[in-house]
Design a protein around this ligand. Structure first.
Ligand code: GLN
Length: 547
């Protein structure tokens, strides 16, 4: 039976709850325990799949095809445990399930209420698969006091009450603001936030306090006294140079010990932190630096491409270099010559995206990379744009474009070399879709296998001819253009097992030009950098030596 750690936040949002949960997961693993992390989001969207990246940052896709919160990306990067559909839930999904059951008559005519029906649904969700791991870490999105969050907090209260003493621990994240004028760290907001928790029947066992300064012993004792926790359970969380310092830093601050003590576990194995120390060392003492330009649509908000930014960092760790990411708004290249922006880069990445805006700029970036022999990685939309570029500029198809753009514009302006996928094979099933289908959860989502051409660059990078990568797209490069692309030196070196869907393209006669229909960034981890990112950064290092 698992032990449960509930992770809540107070005072303000964006304190790094997800990261703290993920780092705690890594620390428990470092002591030999198995873990699973789970996110409960109070918002009413059924999942974040239909939210704008500007609203909610990146949508993280799991192997089993769920569109989830980006915190699940942190969880996977820190623990290496592949998240599942059942590791992310929102109020919207909970209510949807309850209401569907009500319509089916499952509640036998009773009045449906938040307590117990909604809270029961939440409790059932929390307990899914509890027998599989030693520790289940459940993070509640938002901050205590939010109206939407109340059913979740109430469900946790009931859950803790229903379990054996010592099976559940509550960890609460707060902020200690620093008042420069008086040179003081203020504990009052933390006291109020804990008071708020206690008013709904929850008693934190461990407090993690975000702070820009050392917490003086006196303040720590005060927090402990007023918030009713032990002084050792007040864990300072200082700002870090890199998020990957978190496991080692939190261990030094006593986080894992405080959690273990709160459960009353003893004796405990000592943690094996050397892999994380290795990561820290590579980040702190790189042998050089490379400049990678990311030419995309949502570059105003880095969270929109969170996993790509992290995967580039992992590629840097693999090569012991610092990767300086330059975020470039693709729309600029629709008005200006890309050369001045791209000339000084060691590599160019065009990431995923939706809609036509910015795509002409991405096409120009792909053209620049191809012609100027700069390493290029095109991800999803970035692969589709590389195909359009090549067909327009090499094969003379001036009207090559994506059906996605015409659907948006409501008129046919392009030859659809990237078309809307109406059916594809998933396992033993054929999935069918129409353009008119609802938007939520209807893309080609999750892990699909691909077969790589023996002897290709990607086969050597992966060290295998069979891979599994995560997808999230509605449109697809039309394989019937294969001959016209091959005539110009562009090959499809990865295909779906049935041979119908191009999964990877590459230009053998180029220092490094690869487009992938899937999202390799979702499977990259600091302790196991994704081979494509590791090799892309290696190519960038090589390019930097040429100039
Ligand atoms: N908009 C494109 C599609 O739906 C690309 C999606 C993506 O880049 N994730 O196919």
């Amino acid at each position: 039976m698992a032990r449960f750690v509930f992770i809540t936040g107070g005072v303000v949002s964006s304190l790094g709850k997800g990261l703290t949960a993920a780092a705690l997961g890594a620390l428990l693993q470092a002591r030999g325990y198995s873990v699973r992390l789970r996110k409960l989001d109070p918002y009413l969207n059924v999942d974040p799949g239909t939210m704008s990246p500007f609203e909610h940052g990146e949508v993280y896709v799991t192997d089993d095809g769920a569109e989830t919160d980006l915190d699940l990306g942190h969880y996977e990067r820190f623990t290496g445990v592949a998240a599942r559909r059942t590791d992310s839930v929102s109020s919207g999904r909970i209510y949807q399930t309850v209401l569907e059951r009500e319509r089916r008559g499952d509640y036998l005519g009773r009045t449906i209420q938040v307590i117990p029906h909604v809270t029961d649904q939440i409790k059932d969700f929390i307990a899914i698969g509890e027998d599989e791991v030693d520790f289940m870490l459940c993070e509640i999105g938002g901050t205590v006091g939010d109206i939407e969050g109340l059913p979740f907090f109430e469900a946790i209260r009931q859950f803790i009450q229903s379990r054996a003493r010592g099976q559940c621990v509550l960890m609460h994240l707060t902020l200690l603001p620093y008042i420069a004028a008086s040179g003081e760290l203020k504990t009052k907001p933390t006291q109020h936030s804990v008071k708020e928790l206690r008013s709904i029947g929850l008693m934190p066992d461990v407090l993690v306090c975000r702070t820009e300064h050392e917490i003086p012993e006196r303040e720590r004792a005060k927090i402990a006294l007023f918030c009713n926790v032990r002084p050792e359970a007040v864990v300072p969380a200082r700002d870090l140079g890199s998020i990957y310092e978190a496991p080692v830093a939190f261990h030094a601050a006593g986080l894992d010990q405080a959690i273990i003590d709160a459960f009353g576990i003893s004796p405990v194995p000592r943690p094996e932190l050397s892999p994380w120390e290795g990561v820290m060392d590579a980040i702190r003492h790189p042998d050089g630096e490379v400049q990678v330009g990311i030419v995309g649509k949502y570059t105003r908000l880095e969270d929109a491409y969170k996993s790509i930014a992290e995967a580039l960092t992992h590629g840097g760790i693999a090569n012991r270099v610092r990767v300086e990411a330059q975020w470039i708004d693709a729309e600029i290249f629709e008005r200006e010559d890309p050369a001045p922006y791209l000339e000084n880069l060691n590599a160019i990445l065009v990431p995923g995206g939706f809609g036509e805006r910015g795509t002409e700029g991405m096409i120009r970036a792909a053209q620049f990379a191809r012609e100027r022999k700069v390493p290029y990685l095109g991800i999803c939309l970035g692969m589709q744009m590389a195909v359009i570029e090549a067909l327009r500029n090499l094969a003379g198809l001036a009207r090559a474009g994506s059906e996605e753009f015409d659907v948006e514009a409501g008129e046919k302006r392009y030859e659809h070399v990237v078309y809307h996928m109406k059916q594809w094979v998933s396992g033993n099933e054929t999935v069918r879709r129409e353009l008119e289908d609802a938007k939520g959860g209807t893309m080609r989502l999750g892990a699909y296998r691909a077969l790589l051409r023996p002897g290709s660059r990607v086969a050597s990078i992966y060290g295998s001819t069979e891979i599994s990568e995560r997808h999230r797209h509605r449109f697809e490069v039309d394989i019937s253009y294969r001959d016209r692309l091959e005539a110009h030196g562009i090959v499809f070196s990865g295909l779906s097992p049935d041979g119908k869907l191009p999964e990877i393209l590459e230009i053998p006669d180029h220092p490094w030009f690869i487009g992938v229909q899937f999202h390799p960034e979702l499977q990259s981890r600091p302790l196991a950098p994704h081979p494509l990112f590791a090799d892309f950064v290696r190519a960038a290092v090589e390019q930097s030596r040429l100039v």
